[in-house]
Ligand binder design. Structure first.
Ligand code: HEC
Length: 504
């Protein structure tokens, strides 16, 4: 068979070979598609993910020992955690639990029991900061209803091999689900809404699957930040200010973001008013943004349904969008090698926000595009560009692959070893794992830049440690810092010393 007639052509030949043989007959249109095996997707760090084709999707399980602890309404979850040995399963019965739960042991499963639609509720009453904070490895958090906290619903601080699933999280302040500085994790089947920064925020992490979640009415739906190997798939993302984001926050210790796949998501009507804390990075997200990629490399956008986002369907940009983010000479500002495969896009850009309108004016456009690259990258690729209204994609070529199906999961087939404390300065670990969630070196995040704190506390690490244990409200334009009293005195002091030594 003719080498260039592939599947479609072959079908036409079988069914319509008769016509092809006849001269002077109006023949069917023969569509030529290449018959060579298609190139498969490979990411720049593929060797780290081993042979993904042979990895069963999301094989991660957190180990259990057989120890079972049941917590009933009126009892304390924290006491159960304190009593638990590594490997314990803690079952939480329906009821209302007004507390913050700290898990610093390994292989703990915190598992809600849902009966007839009744969840165990972690209730922050608008006064507590965090519902669940874990720093152990192999932790599972599931089946909880978490609401009315001021800081985080579930936050991970440097724990590896984690699973956060089937939780229902409403109005927990800054972040809904926030695994930070962890490797190998799954965030799946959670429902998260009413969050003033990101509903799901994967920060400084590696090998994470964020799949089948529903996120809405938050400033950012799903955020992949300074992370590598993240698969964001099958999520329902609507009515946020911005739907799905991948970006670098400048000034954080981990300076790269890359190998991110956004696949099979619904990204619909993300037109919520931006209610982020003024001055925070996400306060720059224009309302009506479907997908936003800022400075993150090798992002593949594939098979999503992206509709009704009134500023733009998809934005690729550099740090210029984040006016509050100061320069970080070590972070590359460009979104290198964007890969836009087939997506369904409709009704995007109908009523762009002023900042987007200003950019459009420079392009002599009024309506927002389906896809815009404000940098004009010359190493991008797109399939079927004629299907969309695009801006700034003139230098994009055609992608060499049309699917990432060979990546079933970015989690690793075997659990990774716990982050070792040996050889690692404790202060550094705690600074990166805890403080850096809110403090970047030279740019404003939730808290003021570390540089400013250094100026205030030059020779006084003890002062920082004391403040962190018992923070008082100081700045009008920042929220109050949540107390870090769960860290012991020595740990706080070590983090404070490290904070003062940082130079970038
Ligand atoms: C959840 C976010 C968050 C985390 C985590 C966090 N901070 Fe903060 N931090 C803030 C905010 C917000 C402020 C500003 C508070 C204000 O001005 O009222 C702040 C302010 C500070 C200040 C300035 C105090 C002053 O006198 O002006 C210090 C010092 C500080 N943080 C240290 C730390 C250390 C050390 C850690 C880690 C152990 C840490 N922070 C973790 C949010 C956070």
């Amino acid at each position: 068979m003719n080498k260039v007639i592939g599947i479609v052509g072959a079908a036409v030949l079988l069914a319509g070979g008769y016509y092809l043989g006849q001269a002077n007959q109006p023949g069917p249109t023969i569509i030529k598609v290449p018959s060579e095996p298609r190139a498969t997707f490979s990411s720049s760090g593929a060797e780290e993910v081993a042979d993904t084709a042979n990895v069963p999707a999301r094989s991660l399980q957190t180990p259990t020992s057989g120890e079972l602890i049941v917590v009933k309404d009126g009892e304390s979850i924290q006491e159960a955690v304190n009593a638990a040995s590594p490997g314990a399963v803690i079952k939480v019965m329906p009821g209302v639990y007004k507390e913050t739960v700290y898990i610093d042991k390994d292989n703990i499963t915190l598992s809600g029991v849902i009966e007839q639609g009744n969840y165990p509720v972690l209730e922050g009453e608008g006064v507590r900061n965090d519902a669940v904070l874990y720093s152990g490895n192999g932790v599972t958090i599931e089946n909880l209803h978490i609401t009315h906290y001021k800081g985080n619903g579930v936050m991970g601080q440097a724990g590896n091999n984690y699973i956060i699933r089937n939780n229902w999280i409403v109005d927990t302040g800054v972040y809904g689900i926030f695994p930070q500085l962890g490797k190998n994790g799954i965030v799946s089947h959670n429902i998260v809404s009413g969050i003033e920064d990101a509903a799901i925020y994967v920060g400084m992490s590696d090998n994470v699957d964020v799949v089948y979640n529903q996120v809405y009415e938050s400033v950012a739906g799903i955020e992949i930040e300074n992370s590598r190997h993240a698969l964001v798939e099958g999520n329902m993302v609507y009515d946020n200010t911005g739907g799905i984001l991948a970006f670098i926050t400048p000034g954080l210790p981990i300076k790269t973001c890359g190998d991110v796949i956004f696949r099979n998501n619904f990204v619909v009507d993300n037109n919520h008013e931006n209610f982020a804390i003024p001055g925070s990075l996400v306060s720059n997200i224009p309302s009506g943004t479907g997908i936003l990629v800022m400075a993150c490399d090798d992002v593949v956008v594939e098979n999503n349904i992206i509709t009704g986002n009134k500023s733009a369907g998809m934005i690729f940009t550099n740090f210029e969008l984040a006016s509050s983010a100061s320069n970080d000479p070590e972070a590359d500002p460009n979104p290198n090698r964007p890969r836009i495969l087939n997506n369904i896009m409709r009704n995007n850009g109908d009523s762009p926000e002023p900042v987007v309108r200003a950019f459009l004016a420079t392009q002599l456009e009024l309506r927002g595009p389906d896809i815009v690259d404000t940098v004009g990258m010359d190493d991008g690729c797109i399939l079927n560009p004629e299907r969309y209204r695009t801006l700034g994609l003139e230098k994009y070529g055609e992608c060499e692959f049309d699917s990432t199906a060979n990546v079933a999961s970015y989690t690793l087939p075997e659990p990774v070893p716990p982050r070792s404390m040996e050889g690692l300065d404790k202060g550094k670990l705690v600074y990166y794992g805890v403080c850096a969630g809110c403090h970047a070196y030279n740019s404003r995040m939730i808290g003021p830049p570390t540089q400013i704190i250094q100026a205030l506390y030059m020779d006084n690490p003890q002062g920082i440690a004391d403040y962190a244990a018992n923070p008082v409200k100081k700045r009008q334009d920042y929220p109050q810092m949540p107390p870090q009293a769960h860290l012991d005195e020595e740990t706080r002091l070590a983090a404070a010393k490290f904070m003062l030594e940082l130079t970038k």
